[in-house]
Ligand binder design. Sequence first.
Ligand code: NAI
Ligand code: MG
Length: 497
Amino acid sequence: MTAPFSPDTLNSLRSELESKARKLFIDGEFVAAASGETFDVTDPATGETFASAASGAAEDIDRAVKAARAAFPKWAATPPATRADMLLKLASLIEREGERIALTETLDNGMPFMMAKFAGVMGAAGQLRYNAGWATKLAGETLTPSAPGEWHAFTLREPVGVVGSIVPWNFPFVMAVSKIAPALSAGCTVVLKPAEQTPLTAVILAELVQEAGFPAGVVNIVTGFGATAGAALAEHKDVDKISFTGSTSVGKSIVHASTGNLKRVSLELGGKSPVVIFADADLDKAIPAAAMGIFGNSGQVCAAGSRLFVHEAIADRVIEGIAERARSLKVGAGLAPGTEMGPLVSEKQLERVLGYIESGAGEGATVAAGGQRIDGEGYFVQPTVLTGTASGMKVVEEEIFGPVLCAMRFGDGEIDAIAEQANASEYGLSSAIWTRDISNALKLTKRLQAGTVRINGGAGVDPSLPLGGYKASGWGRENGRAGVEAYTELKAVTVAL
Ligand code: NAI
Ligand code: MG
């Protein structure tokens, strides 16, 4: 198999990354961090450092927020059709640079190149095109008050202001774009803080934002660490809203940090999403979907289907089918042709995942497939299936964020009992149901505490579909109408006639 990318592009990219540290993008210019500091960027497929990025901190965040504040009034007043045009232009530039972006993403995060290209690059362009459409469609309503007298009453939707976007490392590029697209469409200006594990594609985004002609200060990108740059952004008194995707514990610290000026907060946090397979399901579809629902992107997916509930009549067949897929999955470097699953993002993440597998075994789970680190360089773990798991075990309760499935069985019984098991989690992000009985599927759908329900297959993360969680999986929704309206304030206006 030949590589689905040009080796020349990869070589020139590598030497470019080696030659100089990536910079911050503040007020339309590429600048070093105020401290002059940089940090190393590691390739998780080898464990080697191959690039470095500016280590932005409080002073840089403050400059970026000031630039975003200064740019805000003019951007908010820019005709919506002009804002839409700029988002569409950025989408085209992203496609033009698709190979370079996807290669960088794979080097930085480890994901298979084809995933970086389709989920990352194409997904990002799709987000921009979808949200460009909203710029001209956001609108208020006319209302009918009951107070005595004659009224003309209406609402105005106004951009919320300066937005701080904090993104994680599991889908760095598409998440960065998914944050800025609705914010810019609504007329907000942005300070984006990428994850320290994966800062590189955000810097390409900055170059393309500049080329697309966005006015200086509309988009600012500050690479750096969570405890410094991230915390400074979350606390900043002149930031009107934080949109965060990441761990539940940092989500909580962002809520605390927001109390200074009571900025708006949207949170897309962790999950422990159930996959329910009934005895009448189409197993030719359900088995591979359940397997890739947990092994895809090495399980580093907020909506990963990490708890399997399968009817006892088909449980052996389903669990063996998924275990077989786990054993046959091609695990390797994201740039190697045919790779289906790459490494975990970091040594820390590898240790975390191995720790959970060990804890599961310690609590009595059986390893039906995988369970080991893959020897050699890089942070690779085998796709893993645990059976004999039950609620109360750490592996069943906590988000592992790795390719580890906990399989459990259910018998004939009430939908309510199945829902109770599926809902026995602090999280409520996503869920999947496999059955040919539409009535059972919809009954269970109504009982599940989950922001997403996928019946007999899902459309993935689509810009039109609201994404977000019940319970500790977060606050608010991204994507869809709700996702762009989350970047607005609603003003009620009455005129006494
Ligand atoms: P994290 O929540 O620490 O990192 C996400 C982002 O938050 C990064 O940009 C980071 O720099 C920033 N951040 C960290 N501390 C901050 C603070 N005090 N204030 C503001 N920003 C801050 O996630 P981490 O530690 O890298 O991963 C740990 C676990 O979190 C994973 O194993 C997984 O369970 C979960 N996670 C969930 C994600 C999701 O998509 N829901 C994404 C990434 C991690
Ligand atoms: Mg962290």
